[in-house]
Each structure stands twice: as structure tokens, then as C-alpha cells.
Design a protein around this ligand. Sequence first.
Ligand code: GLN
Length: 380
Amino acid sequence: MNIFSRLPEIGTTIFSVMSKLALEHQAINLSQGFPDFPVSEKLIDSIYQKMRDGHNQYAPMPGVPALRKIIGDIVYKTYRHPVNSETEVTITAGGTEAIFASIAGLIHPGDEVILFDPSYDSYDPAIRLNGGIPVHLNLSPPDFSIDWAEVKKKITRQTRMIMVNTPHNPAGSVLSSSDLKELEHLAEEHDLIVLSDEVYERIIFENKTHESVLKYPNLAARSIAVFSFGKTFHATGWKVGYTIASEIITREIRKAHQFITFSVNTPVQLALAEYMADAENYLHLGKFYQQKRDFLLEQIKGTSLNPLPCYGSYFQLLSYEGVSTKTDVEMASWMTKEMKLAPIPVSAFYKDRSDHKLLRFCFAKNEDTLRKAGEILKKI
Ligand code: GLN
């Protein structure tokens, strides 16, 4: 039988590959991004209670109304963007499904989608599986800034969408308000939809403020903002996220969402709705993670590994240029097998596999884990 693969060159995602390798070699796993500390007991008890109370059947297709309502209230409080929770909020199976459903609902075969590399590894295949044409633009270390004049040159009559990500995985960079104004201008001029991955919205450092597309009314009107509870409440395994978009855009996202997954699990949605009512449960995340970033940086002080600036997300990039001429893939594999510490090679986030001799380390970990990782890094 002949199988004509739709994604012939795609293997298993780098996150699964590196986590598996870490497990096989009993290495400390700073590769795949997930916290190693517990979720709030209160939230877990509340989910259990919801199940006990019989909330175990399908949720409404766009999400539980109470959860959509509180999300709308919080978005207004945070970004001053008024949200109609009935027509503009959709609960999805994590950020990844939010991105997929947005593309599936809005991209026609032959539409071009501009995206910036390094980029999260689901973006490009999601575009291609839906018949779109990904147009990659490389960003470079150390600051991974966007040259908007270059972006303008990539826009053609077929361009339909532009994807951005702030705070950025894996770079740890953040977009500034002038970036957002440039984006708004380009999107309006060329009638583009903006897909904005903001899953690390609350993990931002140095008193910077997160520049959401929702803060800019003309941009918000043509954007889909994607968020994730997994990142905010340390529960990546629950796979619950959401999109905020205008009614006409949301209608198309939901047409796809209802046939991808129909709806998202009910008890978690109900418990999250209650838990989010207390802002103390999410307001201090930036400070919490900045301490972890600084703790990791403290560990590697005086080594030949060079940390790149990190203003958000829970990833720190380290350059090993002064240490080895290995490729980043070889270096990540060697570090995992021989040194028992697993990172992600940053070339995995570039379509053309650009190798800047950078490794990504996840610092969403207990101090004990980070201390052990630091001891290993000191030996490199
Ligand atoms: N977003 C996480 C990361 O960048 C991993 C998600 C996944 O494993 N699919 O590491």
C-alpha cells in the first residue's frame, strides 16, 4: 500500500524526542516546557468536586459560559478590550488546538501565512495541513527583533495571515508597543488576519508589560489572541486554552473547533471559572518566574556559557559558542547522554535548521532541580 504522507519530512516533535531521551538516560529534563512543581490543591479539589457533582458530560461547544464570562472580564481588566463572552471567546484543547482551529477555519488553499523563525513547531505543519503556504522569516540572536520593512517585502496578494508570538518561545524576547503599531499598520494596509500566540502573557519580567494585540483596537478587530491555562496554572497536561477574536472571526474558528474536538472537558472548565475569580491566583506569575530565571543564571555565572536576554516565557537560551564546535543537535544529545541534562536545540525551531549554537533550557522547575542543573552546567 502506498501512503502519500501529507508531512513527509516531519518526524516526532523535538519535545517528545528530548523528553524520551532524558528519561532513557535519567537526565534532568529541562527540554520540554512544563513545570515540575504541583498545581494548586484548591483547584484540584474543585475539579474533583465538579466531577462528584455530576458535571461529566459534554460542555457547550464554545466552552462553559461561566468560564467565558470571567475570561471576558479579566481581558477587559487587563487589556481594556471589551469582550462579548457569548460571541468572542472560545475554549480550546490547549493553545495548540486554538492555533490549529484558527488556521483551519480561516486559511484557504494557496493563502500565504507569514511567520517568524524560530517558531513553535506546530505553526508550519498546521498551515500546510490546511493547504496554506508558510512564508518563514528568520529572526536572529541575541534580540530576535523583527525588521518590519523586511516583513512588508514578503507580503503578496496571496498573504492572508501573519503569526506572532510574545513573550516568545524559545527566544524569551517580547514585542514592544512600537512593534504592535507596525503590525497594526501592515495588517490594516494589506487586510491581514493576525494570529497572536500569547500563551506566556503573564510570564514577563523586568517590569515590562505584555503587549497584547487586544490592547490596540484596530489590531484587536482583525486578530485572534491565543491563551493557555496550562502555562498560567502550572497544568500543561490539562490541555485547556482559549481564543479571543471578533464575532465574525470567532464564527469561523468555531466551525473548525466543533469538528476537531467539539468541546473541552467540563469539570476543569467549571473549576477554572471559580479559581480565576481570585486575581491572587494569577497576578504574581511574572515575579515567581523571574526568581527562577535569576536562580538559574546565578548557577551559571562564571562559566563559558553565555545567557541571552530573556524578558518572558519560562525558557532561557544559552550560547555554547565559546565551549564547543558541535552542532546544537549534537550538543543537546551529548549533554543529555553524557552530562545527564536535557535541553532543546534551537535549530529545531527554524525551518532551515539555522544553527546559532544555542540551547533552550526550561526553568519552570523547583530550585532543587535548577541547582542540580547548574552543577552540571558548571562542568561544561
Ligand atoms: N510548549 C512546550 C515547549 O515549548 C511543549 C509542548 C509540547 O510538548 N507539545 O516545550
